[in-house]
Design a protein around this ligand. Sequence first.
Ligand SMILES: Cc1cc2nc3c(=O)[nH]c(=O)nc-3n(C[C@H](O)[C@H](O)[C@H](O)COP(=O)(O)O)c2cc1C
Length: 300
Amino acid sequence: MTQKYIPHLLALDRERDWARAAQACGISDNALAQAIRSAEAEFGHALVRAGRPFQGFTLEGEQVLAWARQFAQAVDALKHCFADTRKRAGLAPLLARRSVSPRRLAMPGPDSGDMDLMIEAALCAPDHGALHPWRVLEFPAHQREALASLFEQEKLRRDPLAPADDIRRAREHATRAPALIAFIISPRPRSRVPVREQWLAAGAALGNFLNAAHHLGFGAIVLSGERCFDPALHSALGLREGEHLAGFISLGTITSQPSPRATVAPSSMRTAWQAEQAAAVTAQALLQPDGNHDSHGSDL
Ligand SMILES: Cc1cc2nc3c(=O)[nH]c(=O)nc-3n(C[C@H](O)[C@H](O)[C@H](O)COP(=O)(O)O)c2cc1C
C-alpha cells in the first residue's frame, strides 16, 4: 500500500533532514531510508534526490508529495467529521427537542416518579446561590375541571362577550393534556443574588425540566397567555406576593410529531469580541461629551 509511506514523505518534507524526520516517525535513519526506497520502487521513480545531507525531492517526488498532502488532509477531514458525528450523537436528545402542542398529546402522562425526575433535572440547572427561585404546582386529574372553571372565569373577566368557542378553548387548556403543571417563578427579594439572575436561573430550570420530559419520551410545551397575568387567577392558585406565573406545562405521550425545527446556523449566534474595535468605540464615546454617557451633564 503506497499510503503507508505518506507519514515518511511528509516528515521528510517537514524536517528537511533525515535524522529529524526519522525521529519524528519514531524509526531509525536506516528504516526511513528503506521506506523511501520502497516507495520509489512502488512508483517506479526516484522521489528523493540522491546524497546526504537531505537534497530535496525530485520532480516526481514533489508530485507524490502533493498527493500525500491531499490524502493526509482528506483523512484529517474525515476524522473530524466522524468525531463531530460522535459528538452530535451524544447530544442527539437535546438537539431533537421540540415543544409539542397539547393537541398532539395523549395518555399516558408522566407518573409521580417521572415528575420527580424532571424536577430533579430542573434542580440541576445553574442557579446562583442555589436559591431555587421557582416551584411547580401540579393539577391532579380530579382538580382539572375546577381549573377549567378558573380559566373560563379569567377569560370572561377579560372579555365578557367572549364567544363560546373561545370559552371552550380556555377550558380545554386546563383539561386536554394528560398532565398539567404551573411553573411559578419565586424570586427571593432579600437575597444578595440579583433578581434578574434568579429569573435566569428559573428559566434554566424550566429548560432542564422540558429537556428531561423529552429525554423520558414525553411531549411537553409551556404556554402562558394573558391568564398568567391575572391577579384573581394568581390568588386562586395560591401564588404568594412577588411570585409570577411563568406558564402552564402540558405533558403527555406524543401522538404525532411536530414539524422539524427551522435551522438556525450556530455561527449566526456567535461573534468574537475585538479589543481594537472596543477601544475605538470607547475613544469615540469620549470624544462626544454630549452623548448619553455623561449621567450628570443634563442636570448641571
Ligand atoms: C415561559 C414561556 C411561555 C410561553 N408561552 C407561550 C404562549 O402563550 N403561546 C405560544 O404559542 N408559545 C408560548 N411559548 C413558546 C412555546 O412553549 C414553544 O417554546 C414555542 O412554540 C417554540 O417551540 P420549540 O420549543 O419547539 O422551539 C412560551 C415559552 C415559554 C418559555
